[in-house]
Design a protein around this ligand. Sequence first.
Ligand SMILES: [Zn+2]
Length: 86
Amino acid sequence: MFAVPFMFSWAYRLAMSFKRVATAGDLVRFHASLRIECGDCHAAQTLGAMEVVTRCGTGSLDRIRKRLVCARCGRKAARLIVLPPV
Ligand SMILES: [Zn+2]
C-alpha cells in the first residue's frame, strides 16, 4: 500500500484541472491568466482572461497560439502558459 501525502494529491488535482483549460472561454471560467512567451526572442506578455477573449475570442488556445505573431520579432513562435488565479 502507498500513502499519498496530502500536499501531493492537492497539487496533482490542481495541475489536472488546469490541464483542462483548452479554450479562452475556459480561462474565464477558471479565472486564470495567460502568459504568452515568444520562443524566438523571449518577449513575454501576460494577459488576463478577459483581455484574451476581447482580442482573440473564446476559441481554442491552440488555434489562438497559431495566430499569434510576436510584436518584437514578428515570428510565430508563441508559447502559451496558463497561470492560476492569484
Ligand atoms: Zn519574438
